[in-house]
Ligand binder design. Structure first.
Ligand code: PNW
Length: 441
């Protein structure tokens, strides 16, 4: 951190992100129904440490303390997600008022502290009853999602400052339905395409539902990973392009009116007339979640996949073993602008962060210099993209709190704030103080 961080444009949105199942706990309270993540986490062998989100960070009961942490940090926005099964315990029908009451209290607590509520409607916790009816493989789930969006917007539409329909539909498709390592644990490999299409259709229908109830801007949060082609044969380049189409373009080309990338999504049994128009409903902001680039080369002969993913050498690594590559974020942001030009709405980086094995020292303080270096590098990358003319209007750190990291359970700590799970004690790490000083010098 030799040179001072360059300044960000006035009005730049500084935020932190979380998601419902990862922090809330209170899994059976106030009428909440089960989601696919309750089912998955309670199935033996699915989560590395055998844990569940039953209690998680107990945020459902401690949200006031967590809002105070946000306010002291000085962020102008907080991105949280709404648990669909709190609002509709079985995914259909009338709203469960006490489920919505929780988010009503949270939103008001944020506004009282001048923090903009940014609400994600779907961060992977599908009501189990909808999964039993086919989940995202069923076209009907898209219509159910729009009804749910309507119920939420009817209650919160006057106060939420930015809507995010879906979180990372690519990860939900690939890890949840392709490879089976996330809920709902389906192993469909490339037959998971309907999960992409129905999520996108649900997004498009939800955009109209939200606009009918709320004048706030609408976004989607996609996961992106710039592709590094390893090897210099034509087959390697073709493999790189195939992976890029799957990870980076499958969900963005149709959203921005270009239809599905070549070779993907032409199954007329799934993609019906008019669907692409629904999906291309204009959005106000593109949410970009970035963690790392992906190394790709041609697959061995006889492989069922058109590419092979290979670890990237030469980068420091996080506790997740993910490479720390801030240059990938600049490349990604500039690349989105170059690929989509005038079709691209303003971007907000809706997730960026890292896991390290943070432990309190003897005095109880938590020092995480690696996280400070990570955030410093990634913010400089955003600043460089802005200098290169990319319209980036916000940056959200994943995550406010150490929390329940999906299949990794409690073993991966992404927080600016350390959580001692047995006591639920929150301890701001040194990265929290660093970010606070950066936001409010
Ligand atoms: C995102 N991958 O998930 C999610 O939006 C968060 O809920 C999660 O806690 C965070 O990133 C950290 O993992 C991802 O394997 C999960 O490439 C897996 C991958 C990427 C993102």
């Amino acid at each position: 951190m030799t040179t001072p961080m360059p300044e960000f444009p006035a009005g730049f949105r500084w935020g932190v992100s979380t998601s419902a199942y990862q922090i809330e706990g209170a899994a059976r309270e106030d009428g909440r129904g089960p989601s696919i993540w309750d089912t998955f986490a309670h199935s033996p062998g699915r989560i590395v440490d055998g844990s569940t989100g039953d209690v998680a960070c107990d945020h459902y009961h401690r949200y006031a303390e967590d809002v105070a942490l946000l306010a002291d940090l000085g962020v102008s926005a907080y991105r949280f997600s709404i648990a669909w099964p709190r609002v509709q315990p079985t995914g259909t029908g009338a709203a469960n008022p006490s489920g919505l009451d929780f988010y009503d209290r949270l939103v008001d607590a944020l506004l009282e502290r001048d923090v903009d509520p940014v609400a994600t409607l779907f961060h992977w916790d599908l009501p189990q009853a909808l999964e039993d009816a086919g989940g995202w493989l069923a076209r009907d789930t898209a219509a159910r999602f729009a009804e749910y969006a309507d119920l939420v917007a009817a209650r919160l539409g006057d106060r939420v400052k930015l809507w995010i329909t879906l979180n990372e539909p690519f990860i939900h498709m690939s890890l949840g339905h392709g490879m089976g390592v996330h809920a709902p644990g389906r192993l469909l490999l490339f037959d998971a395409f309907p999960v992409a299409h129905h999520q996108l259709l649900g997004h498009g229908l939800a955009v109209s539902a939200l606009r009918a109830r709320s004048s706030s801007p609408v976004a989607i949060a996609n996961n992106y990973s710039p592709v590094r082609v390893l090897g210099d044969t034509d087959a390697d380049r073709v493999a790189g392009a195939a992976y890029d189409a799957l990870h980076n373009r499958l969900f963005t080309d149709p959203l921005l009116g270009l239809g599905y990338p070549r070779g993907q999504g032409f199954d007329p049994g799934v993609v019906r007339d008019g669907d692409l128009d629904v999906i291309a409903a204009p959005i106000d902001v593109l949410g970009v979640n970035y963690y790392n680039p992906t190394g790709v080369r041609a697959a061995e002969e006889g492989s069922p996949l058109p590419f092979e993913i290979v670890p990237l050498d030469g980068y420091p690594r996080t506790a997740f073993d993910w490479p720390v590559a801030p240059d990938g974020l600049r490349e990604l942001l500039v690349g989105l602008r170059d690929s989509y030009g005038d079709r691209l709405p303003p971007i907000q980086v809706t997730e960026s962060g890292c896991a390290y094995d943070d432990v309190p020292d003897v005095t109880g303080r938590v020092h995480d210099p690696e996280r400070i270096a990570y955030l410093d590098g990634h913010l400089r990358a955003v600043r460089e993209a802005i200098d290169a003319g990319v319209d980036v209007t916000g940056y959200f750190v994943w995550s406010l709190l150490d929390n329940w990291e999906w299949a990794e359970g409690f073993t991966k700590r992404f927080g600016l704030v350390h959580v001692d799970y047995p006591t639920q004690r929150r301890t701001p790490k040194s990265s929290y103080a660093w970010l606070r000083d950066l936001i409010r010098p």
